[in-house]
Design a binder for this molecule. Structure first.
Ligand code: FAD
Length: 369
């Protein structure tokens, strides 16, 4: 059995960012923690790979610059029934391939000497007086503290008994297909967020993102259903994805549709237990757009400072984590998006309100140009 101060379960953006922040804040942590990852980077990850300016700020705060191909999106069109609210930026967000992004981040961590054990799924957890016993496929660990950064379908969150009713889970379907014609506007690549399908019970949108795979242009499309309003009828996601693809003149017959949930943040979510902290999707992504990469990266900072304080005080109750999270920049970002999603996805069934919002948005964004 190996004894460690901290075991981070999950080597995605939340787990790696936590390790990187800890080592940046206090270099001695490099020999006190281990990151345990089920897959081996580059591991498959279903995700559209969009990283906003908020996420790019998190990457810069880690002292990093992405050394991977990405598509800078210069214009985002938010559509509703013939109205288009256009946002422009340099860029508004970038589109990465998640396999490449996560493998690059993992490589940066390894480069600092952080121990990342890949191909090592955590199979069970148990409480002991001195810490948490973690059994993986290959090793047994005893950790004084554990970070559950193992995603929306991870093992840590259910193990601490954090189950909300109704479940705060968004559904997503995605297709990726070769593309010959990126949409351009003055040389800027365009992404589309189409909210037309709120009239078909979708509590979200259809998206088209320009993407690069192996240097070739691809289109990443999908539907996002936040399910924020649990009383509403469930949208038929597959039908809506086909409808969106046809409407935007793409063929769906030859493409493989894949789906995965996102767990979203609510201020009342359970985020910790004795000796355990949750980060990233295991704790909650933002429900308005389903943005999770930037959020996962930003969790790392809060988790790292909470862990350091717990070790200084030798108090592993983590009673202060919720307050620290909610008052941090990522906590405020999540709260704002959560409150907006709660209001917005209850209004989307009212066509007149939606048209008013979009007409106002059109006027404001045109005036700003
Ligand atoms: C279709 C789709 C499209 C999306 N598009 C976007 C987008 O464009 N922009 C955006 O910001 N967000 C997007 N998201 C959300 C985003 O993918 C997630 O929010 C993000 O991956 C969360 O990061 P994480 O580190 O918390 O979890 P993950 O990235 O899921 O990482 C968790 C890690 O834990 C590992 N793990 C799981 N179980 C175990 C175990 N038992 N033992 C050891 N390791 C384990 C997994 O292998 C994984 O590497 C999308 C999601 C979906 C489903």
């Amino acid at each position: 059995m190996r004894k460690v101060d901290l075991a981070i379960i999950g080597g995605g953006p939340a787990g790696i960012s936590t390790a990187l922040h800890l080592v940046r804040q206090e270099p001695s942590w490099v020999s006190r923690l281990v990151v345990i990852e089920k897959g081996t980077h580059p591991r498959p990850k279903l995700c559209a790979g969009g990283i906003t300016q908020f996420g790019m700020r998190q990457i810069r705060r880690l002292g990093l610059t992405p050394k991977i191909p990405f598509v800078p999106v210069g214009r985002a069109d938010f559509l509703y029934r013939g109205h288009a609210v256009q946002l422009r930026g340099k860029p508004i967000f970038i589109v990465t391939r998640r396999e490449e992004f996560d493998a690059w981040l993992a490589q940066e961590a390894k480069g600092l000497g952080i121990e990342l054990l890949e191909g090592n799924p955590v199979q069970s957890l148990a409480r002991r007086a001195e810490g948490i016993l973690i059994d993986t496929a290959h090793t047994r660990f005893l950790a004084k503290a554990v970070v559950g950064a193992d995603g929306a379908r991870g093992i840590v969150r259910p193990w601490i008994g954090a189950r909300e009713r109704p479940a705060r889970v968004a559904r997503l379907l995605e297709v990726v297909m070769p593309e010959t014609r990126f949409d351009f506007d003055d040389g800027r690549r365009v992404a589309t967020f189409d909210f037309d399908m709120v009239r078909d019970d979708l509590q979200g949108y259809y998206w088209n993102f320009p993407s690069l795979i192996g240097g070739q242009p691809y289109l990443n499309s999908g539907v996002y259903d936040s399910q924020v309003n649990s009383g509403q009828r469930k949208a038929r996601l597959r039908e809506l994805l086909s409808k969106g693809l046809k409407h935007h003149a793409y063929l769906s017959e030859t493409t493989r549709i894949e789906g995965h949930p996102i767990r979203w943040f609510s201020p009342s979510n359970q985020v910790a237990a004795e000796r355990i902290l949750l980060a990233g999707d295991a704790s909650g992504a933002e429900p308005l757009f389903g943005e999770g990469i930037s959020i996962a990266l930003a969790y790392g900072d809060v988790v790292a400072s909470t862990v350091r304080r717990a070790f200084q005080k030798q108090d592993f109750s983590f009673n202060d984590y919720r307050r620290r999270l909610l008052t941090s920049p990522v906590g405020r970002y999540l709260l704002l998006r959560w409150a907006t999603a709660q209001a917005f996805y209850r209004l989307t069934s009212r066509d007149r309100v939606m048209r008013f919002l979009w007409r106002t948005g059109e006027l404001v964004t045109k005036a700003m140009r």
